[in-house]
Design a protein around this ligand. Sequence first.
Ligand code: ZN
Ligand code: ZN
Length: 507
Amino acid sequence: MNSPSNSWHTRLTEADELELVHAYLSSDPQISKHAGAARHFLKWARERKIPISELNASAVNSFLRHHCRCGRYSPTELRKPAYATYTRRFLSYLEDIRVVSVSDDVARLGQHLDAYREKLNEVGYSQAMFSAHLSQARHFAEWVWQHRIAIGGINEATIDEYARHDCRCGEMTKHTKGFLRSRFKIRTRGARAFVRFLRDQSLIPPSALEHLADYDPRLTNFSEWLRRERGVAPETVRRYLNEAGRWLDDLGVTPKDYNAAAIRSIVLGQSEERSRSSVRMTVAVLRAFLRFTIVQNQCAPSLLYAVPSAVSRKLSKVPSTISRAQIEKIIASSGTTTPVEIRDRAILLLLARMALRAGDIWQLRLSDIDWRASRLRLHGKSRREVMMPMPQDAGDALLTYIEDVRPVVSTDRVFLRIQAPFTPLRSSAEIAGIVSRILRRGGFTGIPTGAHVFRHSLASAWLRDGADLDQIGVALRHASRDTTAIYAKVDVNTLAEVAQPWPGDAS
Ligand SMILES: [Zn+2]
Ligand SMILES: [Zn+2]
């Protein structure tokens, strides 16, 4: 046995076999019971004239299935799972001592296990999690090796196949029981974690498993939570994890890093090609993930409200808010001399004081004004009528317009053209035009176009003043609290950066 390597390409004699098996057994005192399988395997190969150097995993499989008439070996033993384990283990040994050679292309993941162990240590897993990850990594490395999978050939399908394999890997004798018990999910998770590590360390091509989901312990726990607390079906959980894996890194390293801007950019920064339903999926998963993180007390509940709606994605370029001081300057700049100026000022004050929608103003009827109580009846989008209190200056401006300059015509509409034929404004878009004119006249620049900027700005200001979402929601007449909630975020000072266009202002 001193320099055996030359002879492996020819066939072994029975004496060579005995010697080889003896060397094998002395390599590990725990494997004495493997002797039968090893010798049986060699005899089988010899009888089929297979050179020992060509033994491989598929040879093992043929061996395990052979109709055994080998005399002193038991066909019953051959069918036992342990026998397969022993045989594979022996093959590994032959590979280790280079009797059986393996192409350089085959992924030798086992050599990275030490580095992986260190990484797991750094992450600070619980002991159970640490062992689970490590033993799965070892198992996966062994399985990849036995299947002679090239380094570039590791992909999602590989992991799936690994997760489903009927384990006869044999390498991890001490853990065999654990392997047999380990289920699909545990294997998938462990293998993905390992592969992600390898990819991050550039040990396998970066293209491999681009959308790996399961590595991060947050996702592991997230998936548990979805299943247990939310009763989400396994297939859906899988899709959720894939989705979350796409942007988890963008969200921040730890929940402490999460902020509204990051949350917002995950939804709004999606490529235009993504379908609407994909974006809805992102929104749903992001919300679920934040809820989960909130439940763990790891991030502020208000972050949930920073998730934009999928609908608003296309409108995300709509500009932000303006300061209260600037609003006052704009109001102060509006003239009160000509009929047009008087009308425009009334419109401006309704926008700036009451946060009305352009559509509310356009549709306003004389019968909607309750002068005694100083309130406006607004119809809103949901056909629900509400009476909104009218601040003093807005009421005054409205009264001045109606009494002094509004043409007396048969229509009930409040806002009309000042020149003949004195028809109602054509559409709510004209309100935005009026706002632009006021800004132009006052020499204001850099202010977002459109009437809704006032609505935005007021909501932000109220929020900064400490109004709660329900109050603001009532003031803005949102049908749903969710719409108002868009304004709530942890850092109110940067609200301008994340302020959402109002869905109702999309026109
Ligand atoms: Zn046999
Ligand atoms: Zn296995």
